[in-house]
Design a protein around this ligand. Structure first.
Ligand SMILES: *[C@@H]1O[C@H](CO)[C@@H](O)[C@H](O)[C@H]1NC(C)=O
Ligand SMILES: *[C@@H]1O[C@H](CO)[C@@H](O)[C@H](O)[C@H]1NC(C)=O
Ligand SMILES: *[C@@H]1O[C@H](CO)[C@@H](O)[C@H](O)[C@H]1NC(C)=O
Ligand SMILES: *[C@@H]1O[C@H](CO)[C@@H](O)[C@H](O)[C@H]1NC(C)=O
Ligand SMILES: *[C@@H]1O[C@H](CO)[C@@H](O)[C@H](O)[C@H]1NC(C)=O
Length: 533
């Protein structure tokens, strides 16, 4: 059917010149031959748009108009509850043709799922989508996840919607160079507080353009993980962070090769009173101990507001930690959380960490040291610091740190001492067996122990631990989560574990995945929803 024929069909329906009384039936009948019939029906159903035609064709049949509107509302409601992108687009297209703002607000209410990503986005779809978001006065999240090619034209059309969105998701999307200035100016004019560009491989050149908008905008959280950025972008970031209007408090730079020189530049910003950064993620950024002195100096400059930093998967070495520890015991350093996961550390860094944790100025409540070869000697030094009354550590990660039974004994003793504030302890992947972990079960059962979460994944536990473990759970007033993946518990332990979890009010989760259970007992495990298996 030609376009004009489709239009005439829609017109005939509203003029009551057809046998159809139901729009749904007519659309179904012509489903295959038409493309725009629903669009014409929608456009003609609105009084302001049909009035010029009615002036010389006569009034539309009110029952037909009513019927169409009813069908449109109920079918839209249904499709907006679902996840089918094409149906969402169809609904947006019809709303765009109707050009009635109150209709948009009526149909797209709080129960509609328009936060979906429409990853097959085309320019034709951007127009109605942007129209709908604009009518709604904005949206919580504009989800452009995995957009294959956000072209200049698409970005231009979407810009009004972008500037009205609290969050913009461009994760895994490709932005053409021409699209970036539109995004930048939307941020600059708009209300957006959160921008996620992770895995977009944006690159330095496009990031430079984006910064023209970032310098003066409301962004508080910026995720640039895996954006193919280098040292060059760090300079642009400094100009954003020190612009005087920056609200940025969370910056994710992980998986970009910024290197020591790039990071050293970023640290300049931390000396500025304009920089509001509180959280910085630098997972795998090719950093070494060479930039840690500069970073440490920034942390104690008195200007840095940084509370949380992730430095995981960088070759920090012990000397890098030594440099950081100078600040951790400094009264002007505000750091509360430090993540040094897989940083090629050895026991040699522990004396510096101990000294820092012994300081009355230390504010560190979270320390992640997992997957470093700290060994027995290093870990015992940390335990000495944990014993200090007033030591602020609440969360400690020591997974796969070559810990031994004497370390577990010492940790148990610290937890029972009445001075430890530890609420979360991860000591998985240390081969200490039942005899080692027994010290922790004893500690959990002790009234002074405050542990809420304990991770003993892959510590070679067997059924022999179950009695102590159950006693600990029954006695503890604080324990909520127990991680016991990849151990060697067998079917014989299941009845007791299910019983203790069912009886416990405090326990929320016990993870028993990858133990040696046979499928016959899954039915029994299923009875307790707090057990993961
Ligand atoms: C817009 O749609 C609403 C809801 O269907 C309707 O009540 C109103 O008359 C329409 N307004 C205009 C100007 O067409
Ligand atoms: C949303 O609108 C539909 C009609 O389109 C209505 O049935 C539903 O109750 C509304 N939901 C809310 C939460 O207002
Ligand atoms: C993106 O679309 C633009 C405009 O259609 C085109 O010139 C460009 O080559 C496309 N880029 C990619 C990577 O597909
Ligand atoms: C990363 O950026 C460089 C230029 O800085 C470019 O040559 C390279 O192709 C980019 N890599 C990817 C995967 O986008
Ligand atoms: C735990 O066991 C599962 C299944 O055998 C395995 O895939 C996983 O790698 C193990 N975890 C560790 C940390 O080895």
């Amino acid at each position: 059917m030609s376009l004009i024929q489709e239009f005439i069909l829609a017109l005939s329906f509203f003029l009551g010149k057809m046998t159809y009384t139901s729009a749904e039936k007519m659309l179904k009948k012509h489903e295959d031959g038409t493309k725009f019939l629903d669009v014409f029906l929608s456009g003609l159903s609105e009084p302001t748009q049909r009035r010029p035609l009615e002036n010389f064709l006569g009034e539309f049949n009110p029952d037909r108009v009513k019927d169409f509107k009813q069908w449109f509302k109920s079918s839209s409601e249904e499709s907006l509850q679902g996840y089918n992108a094409d149906e969402h687009y169809r609904c947006f297209r019809l709303l765009h043709q109707a050009q009635n703002e109150s209709l948009v607000k009526e149909i797209i209410n709080s129960s509609a799922r328009i936060g979906l990503s429409y990853d097959s986005l085309t320019l034709q779809d951007c127009v109605p989508w942007s129209y709908v978001v604009t009518c709604l006065g904005g949206t919580k999240s504009l989800n452009l996840y995995n957009t294959k090619n956000l072209t200049e034209e698409m970005a231009e059309v979407l810009a009004p919607a972008m500037s009205l969105s609290l969050k913009i998701v461009l994760q895994r999307s490709f932005l053409s160079t021409g699209a970036v200035p539109h995004l930048a100016s939307a941020l600059n004019r708009g209300i957006t507080t959160e921008l996620d560009l992770s895995y977009s491989r944006l690159g330095d050149e496009k990031f430079k353009i984006l910064c023209t908008g970032l310098r003066d905008c409301k962004i508080q959280e910026l995720c640039l993980q895996s954006c193919n950025l280098t040292e060059e972008s760090c300079e642009d970031l400094v100009s954003v962070l020190t612009s005087g209007t920056s609200q940025l408090c969370l910056l994710v730079m992980s998986f970009n090769k910024i290197g020591d020189q790039g990071f050293a530049k970023l640290c300049d910003a931390l000396h500025s009173p304009h920089c509001k950064l509180q959280e910085l993620k630098l997972d795998r950024c090719d950093l070494t101990e060479a930039s840690m002195k500069v970073f440490s100096a920034a942390l104690r400059s008195g200007q840095s507001e940084l509370k949380k930093v992730i430095l995981a998967r960088n070759t920090m070495d012990d000397s890098g930690v030594e440099a950081l520890c100078v600040s951790l015991q400094h009264p002007l350093c505000k750091l509360q959380s430090l993540n040094l996961y897989t940083c090629q550390l050895t026991g040699a860094c522990c004396s510096h960490l101990k000294e820092a944790l012994m300081s009355e100025y230390c504010t560190l409540s979270e320390l992640e040291l997992s997957v470093n070869e700290l060994g027995q000697e290093g870990a015992l030094l940390l335990c000495q610091a944990l014993r200090r009354p007033g030591c602020p550590l609440e969360k400690l990660g020591l997974t796969r740190c070559e810990l031994t039974r004497p370390v577990f004994e010492e940790l148990g003793s610290v937890l029972k001492s009445g001075t430890s504030q530890l609420k979360s302890l991860s000591v998985g992947l240390n081969k200490v067996g039942d005899q080692g972990v027994k010290h922790l079960w004893d500690a959990v059962a002790h009234p002074s122990c405050l542990l809420e979460e304990l991770d003993v994944e892959m510590t070679q536990l067997t059924n022999a631990c179950v009695e102590d473990l159950c006693t600990a759970i029954r006695a503890s007033k604080t324990l909520k989560k127990l991680e016991m993946r990849n151990n060697s518990l067998t079917d014989a332990s299941i009845p007791a574990l299910v019983q203790v979890m069912q009886d416990s009010h405090g326990m929320q989760e016990m993870n028993l995945k990858y133990n040696d259970f046979s499928e016959d007992l899954f039915e029994m495990l299923e009875k307790c929803t707090k057990i993961i298996y």
